[in-house]
Design a protein around this ligand. Structure first.
Ligand code: PFF
Length: 457
């Protein structure tokens, strides 16, 4: 298999378009919905510190490796890895790494879409004024009524899947690129506004800052460290080929280091801002930071229910949350869609219908796990918890580990030097040491220790 010069799916029009699209993939429910609640469940500061360390020492080098492999292979993750493995005289089974990514994307989207569906439902609740003057108990019961109703969840899950498939079917420039150009700046502006509102809560804002940034290591377990590392992969969309496939549409002259740093910084900033918008309200209303997945669906309505213009801003917040989820969702199935188009010679549209149908069906398990299937558990976890744990804490870290091993040990130094094109040797060797030694060692240690802790071994 020869390495193509460009992808058959086209290319991002500019380097900035790639940064926006990859940031669109990275910034999503992971930052605004998941990060605050897992930080809450794992005790705050120490967890946040470990998460930041994981972004810098594991996430960034793996992101550079993924973009590099994608751009050099110029195809979907399975074919890109197969082509590069052949070129580097490595074993052809490296292509299975691409397969595990495609599977992870399908599993993640199956539950991601259900949560995004809840956010869509909240757009209507917020705009219609149901949150006006709402109490914490009232907000909780509004959330319980939605998540307890399988029909509603199913309807929203279906709608979200349809809009996701529509964008992917339209392709790189007309679908993916167009949709992220406005969404990202708008999301950023609104988050800043909400942090501004939360800053007015005075002592509660200070309490939130110290909750998030004062590390208390006695509150952190090794499972918590695994969750922090898994989240670093999840939030940067790493370990499953999403960034790899986006990299395959990146022009040859873009600096992989610069784009990767920009994406990581923007993604981290959004997560921290979301924490600063949410926790002051949690404390101000005497709520529990460890409330779990319903956290933003309960706290944000209370905030919006008590501010001037809250009806409008609340609606807007959930609209943007849906947009953030949407731009991430499209990247979750792009690897599978690109694989079908490249290998099965079918149209993008048909590919999307096929994958969408599969994801939708698997998603039913998550829909039911919030209501009639609450008691269907395995290892004490519901279907939703299992998909989340399996993908974020097992598949993505393992995917990241093997990507690091491939880029660090199986690609020749001359190939990585050429593709990364880093001018200063110190930065290139810094990356190489991280990707060969530090990243894989850290992933293995955290992974094994965290798994043992999680399963009580
Ligand atoms: N990074 C997204 C988020 O934080 O919500 C989730 C995600 C998207 C994970 C794409 C993995 C991926 F490939």
């Amino acid at each position: 298999m020869e390495r193509p010069a460009t992808s058959i799916h086209g290319q991002w029009t500019t380097r900035w378009a790639f940064v926006l699209a990859a940031t669109g993939s990275a910034v999503g429910l992971g930052n605004i919905w998941k990060f605050p609640y897992i930080a809450g469940e794992n005790g705050g500061g120490a967890f946040v510190l470990v998460y930041l360390l994981c972004i810098a020492c594991i996430g960034l080098p793996v992101m550079m490796a993924e973009v590099m492999i994608g751009r050099r292979g110029r195809q979907n993750p399975v074919n890109a890895l197969a082509t590069l493995a052949k070129e580097e005289l490595a074993h052809p089974s490296w292509k299975y790494l691409g397969w595990s990514g495609i599977a992870a994307g399908i599993f993640i989207l199956s539950y991601y879409s259900v949560i995004a569906g809840q956010a869509m439902a909240y757009v209507f609740r917020a705009f219609s004024g149901v949150f006006e003057g709402v109490t914490p108990d009232g907000a909780q019961s509004i959330y319980d009524a939605l998540s307890g109703d399988p029909e509603r969840l199913l309807a929203w899950h279906t709608i979200f899947m349809i809009i996701t498939m529509t964008v992917v079917a339209r392709g790189v420039q007309h679908g993916l690129e167009k949709s992220v150009r406005f969404l990202m700046p708008a999301l950023f502006a609104l988050l800043l506004l909400l942090v501004g509102y939360a800053a007015n809560t005075g002592e509660y804002f200070n309490q939130a800052v110290s909750f998030l940034f004062t590390p208390d290591f006695s509150k952190l377990t090794s499972e918590g460290v695994l969750i922090a590392m898994g989240h670093a992969f999840f939030t940067l969309s790493l370990g499953m080929g999403a960034i790899m496939v986006y990299g395959s549409y990146l022009s040859q002259d873009a600096s992989i280091t610069k784009v990767s740093i920009s994406i990581s910084i923007m993604d981290t900033l959004v997560a921290v801002l979301a924490g600063l918008a949410i926790f002051p309200l949690v404390f101000a209303n005497g709520m529990e930071p460890g409330a779990g997945p319903g956290l933003i669906f309960v706290t944000m309505p209370i905030a919006f229910g008590h501010i001037a213009g809250g009806q409008f801003f609340g609606g807007l917040f959930f609209v943007l949350l849906v947009f953030a989820a949407w731009s991430s969702a499209i990247s979750l199935i792009e690897p599978a869609a690109a694989w079908l188009v490249e290998n099965k010679d079918i149209s993008r549209r048909r590919a999307c219908v096929l994958i969408g149908g599969t994801v939708w069906t698997i998603g039913l398990l998550t829909v039911f796990s919030f209501n009639i299937g609450q008691t269907w558990t395995l290892f004490g976890k519901t279907a939703f918890d299992l998909f989340d744990f399996l993908t974020a804490n097992i598949m993505l870290p393992l995917g990241g580990l093997f990507i690091a091993i491939f880029a660090g040990w199986f690609m020749k130094q001359s190939s990585t030097t050429e593709e990364l094109a880093i001018q200063q040797p110190i930065f290139y060797y810094g990356w190489r040491i991280l990707i060969r030694y530090i990243t894989p060692t850290a992933i293995v240690i955290v992974f094994l220790k965290g798994l043992m802790d999680a399963f009580g071994l």
